[in-house]
Design a protein around this ligand. Structure first.
Ligand code: DX5
Ligand code: ZN
Length: 330
């Protein structure tokens, strides 16, 4: 994983299909953050690729997350097989003729990330009824079915910001994926529009390409675009960076941690460098992902402040009886 914001997923559709395991290793060695698996059934799209059995055989090859992109007419019928094969996320197309809510719920119930993809011509509004269930919105910038097609700039410019808005209520873990014709020429644009995951096939696997260099270039250009267009010229914080929300005695910190986690944001609670409590135990630091900090403060800031005041009052009340070791106090 790079130390920036943008992630790169390697689509193995245009890799050497006779040596998929080797190609997956090559992509991961090149620094790809994910493996993007294009499953096509020659019904939903005019092409036939591979299914869950191939994915199950590739699963032991790497720890890297597997993002399944199901371009199939009946995802519900085969979903359990893709979950059993070890996919970390499953994205189906909003255009399929199946009830989508139960499908998305099944993916989430299996502890995986649930996504919806849409053809270039499908409006983002089609995803609106499912926004509360989405972890991933996949914006297709080519007609699904083949690698190596030309990137649709107008589609990207219109739909990536719409996808970000659709996921805006999700404080953590929501991802906008852009798929089709993504490479070093288009990375800065999609980064500047706010894409989180850049899916690339031809850019990595075409003959004569150095996949490591392409991954690094795409990531750097996407983050440059993000900095310029969406971050006031400031390089984006690393995706995994955590920041301290507060320091509290464990008994006060744990319920706050649980409430924030229940809202969908991971909290790391660890022994901090803060103040000693009346019981001689040092306060715990509560850390949250930097990208979610503003959302957390907006919803839990008042509660945090009240807990900090409560801890200070308890410390104050105990102050006469308790002094720092070596402070010469009682
Ligand atoms: C197309 C697939 C894409 C494709 C990307 O239907 O969903 O993932 O493989 O390949 P490039 O990067 O070559 O467009
Ligand atoms: Zn794809």
């Amino acid at each position: 994983m790079g130390d920036g914001r943008a992630l790169v997923a390697a689509s193995i559709l245009n890799a050497d299909l006779a040596n998929l395991a080797r190609e997956v290793r090559r992509a991961v060695k090149a620094g790809a953050d994910r493996i993007h698996l294009d499953v096509m059934d020659a019904r939903f799209v005019p092409n036939l690729t591979f299914g869950w059995r191939t994915i199950a055989h590739l699963r032991p090859v790497t720890e890297a997350p597997f993002d399944a992109h199901l371009m199939i007419a009946e995802p519900g019928r085969w979903l359990d097989d893709f979950l059993a094969a070890g996919c970390d996320s499953v994205t189906v197309h909003v255009e399929v003729d199946e009830p989508l809510e139960p499908l998305l719920r099944r993916i989430k119930a299996a502890g995986r990330a649930a996504g919806l993809a849409m053809r270039p011509g499908t409006p983002m509004a089609a995803l609106e009824p499912y926004r509360h269930l989405l972890d991933i919105v996949m914006v297709m910038t080519v007609e699904p079915g083949f690698g190596g097609q030309a990137f649709m700039r107008e589609v990207a410019t219109r739909k990536i910001p719409e996808a970000r808005r659709l996921l805006a209520d999700k404080p953590w873990g929501g991802e906008v994926h852009v798929d089709g014709g993504v490479n070093r020429e288009t990375a800065e644009l999609v980064g500047g529009l706010g894409a989180d995951v850049l899916i690339a096939g031809t850019a990595l696997f075409a003959k004569g390409r150095n996949p490591g260099r392409e991954v690094r270039l795409m990531r750097a250009l996407a983050d440059e675009g993000y900095a310029l267009e969406l971050n006031g010229g400031v390089p984006p914080a690393p995706r995994e960076q955590m920041v301290r929300l507060t320091s509290l005695p464990r008994a006060l910190g744990e319920p706050l941690r649980d409430a924030i986690e229940a809202a969908g944001v991971p909290v790391v609670m660890l022994r901090g460098s803060g103040l000693l409590g009346p019981d001689g135990v040092r306060d715990m630091d509560l850390l949250v992902p930097r990208v979610s900090a503003a959302w957390v403060v907006e919803r839990f800031g008042a509660r945090r402040d009240a807990l900090e005041a409560e801890a200070a009052a308890a410390r104050e009340a105990a102050a006469p009886a308790f002094a720092e070791p070596g402070s010469g106090g009682a």
